[in-house]
Design a binder for this molecule. Structure first.
Ligand SMILES: Cc1cc2nc3c(=O)[nH]c(=O)nc-3n(C[C@H](O)[C@H](O)[C@H](O)COP(=O)(O)O)c2cc1C
Length: 305
């Protein structure tokens, strides 16, 4: 099985990705949360840090672009090529209202003809490989038949399917039937993404779809960074390793001089997921949630790890 780390805006930052790569079973690809091209401007400092090759030594990293303007996409790819990237990903999955209302992310799926013209223009003008991360549609899973017939006309490096529609957000369960149809009918390689939280979830997917050879993991890794190490190397999650992983992330956020509150915000977001590994630590987990000072936070982390 090949494993990809999903882009999770705000969580899988370069700091998180690098710490993951250092301490756990390396991913085959790391997807960078979306870059939204701005009018004429170059990348922001934050974006530059996210894409800087020197922040990803030894890792295969794929930048993701969120736009419905072909020229913006093409311009952004040119800038990424200058940094050495040979593959990019198009975001057709983001369900957030602000994105969808502008016809981007999974909002673009509601306009198949426009999407087709957009893909025609980018695939004709871009030399690097382009993979697509998509949902099944905006309203109904049966929208995917038409969408897939469009994707099939292009040399999509990989079609990463999160089998929900925009209106599901992250509710309901992934639609395995439509995913199975897509797997049969896609002319391009398919990667599965969605709700793989535990080893059993992955085994079940493998049983149902033995032809799937690539999966993208998002929240499952934030819940348990040792998930792939457990599946591939038989390693049980080790608290020492988790502590080192945590400390690297914590130290690197502090070195960005973003202020105590922001560092704590970043760490608390990770603990919202990772806390589930420690069902017996209700008290210190609450302490983390409420911590307004680093000293309190560190005390709680020591109790847990
Ligand atoms: C907080 C958060 C941020 C996300 N940011 C992005 C993003 O920048 N680009 C993207 O394509 N998907 C994004 N996603 C979707 C994930 O990449 C993934 O498709 C989704 O979480 C389902 O996979 P999972 O069940 O393995 O988490 C985000 C999801 C979450 C929960």
């Amino acid at each position: 099985m090949k494993y990809y780390l999903a882009p999770l805006e705000g969580i899988t930052t370069y700091i998180y990705r690098r710490a993951y790569h250092t301490y756990f079973h390396p991913m085959d690809k790391y997807f960078i949360p979306f870059l939204s091209p701005h009018m004429k401007k170059g990348f922001t400092t934050k974006e530059l840090r996210e894409i800087a090759p020197e922040n990803h030594m030894g890792m295969r990293t794929i930048p993701q672009i969120l736009t419905n303007h072909a020229q913006d996409f093409i311009r952004t790819v040119q800038k990424l090529e200058e940094l050495g990237y040979d593959e990019v990903n198009l975001n057709l999955g983001c369900p957030s209202k602000t994105v969808v209302s502008k016809g981007r992310g999974s909002g673009f799926l509601a306009k198949p003809e426009e999407l087709d013209r957009f893909l025609d223009e980018i695939y004709a003008n871009v030399k690097v490989k382009i993979s697509i991360k998509t949902r099944l549609g905006k309203y109904q899973p049966d929208e995917f038949e038409w969408l897939l017939s469009i994707y099939n006309q292009y040399p999509v490096e990989e079609l990463i399917i999160h089998p929900r529609v925009q209106q599901d957000y992250y509710k309901n369960t992934p639609n395995y039937e439509v995913f199975g149809e897509a797997l049969k009918n896609s002319r391009n390689p398919v990667c599965y993404n969605g709700d793989l939280f535990r080893t059993e979830d992955v085994r079940r997917l493998e049983q149902r779809f033995p032809e799937v050879s690539t999966i993208m993991l998002g929240r499952g890794i934030i819940y348990n960074p040792g998930l792939v190490s457990e599946m591939e190397d038989g390693d049980k999650l080790d608290k020492n390793r988790l502590r080192q992983f945590h400390d690297q992330i914590y130290d690197e956020y502090q070195s960005l001089n973003m202020g105590e509150r922001n560092v704590l915000f970043k760490m608390k977001e990770i603990w919202c997921y990772m806390g589930h590994l420690f069902p017996d630590c209700e008290k210190p987990l609450k302490k983390i949630k409420k911590a307004e000072r680093m000293s309190k936070y560190e005390e709680a982390v020591r109790e847990i790890l």
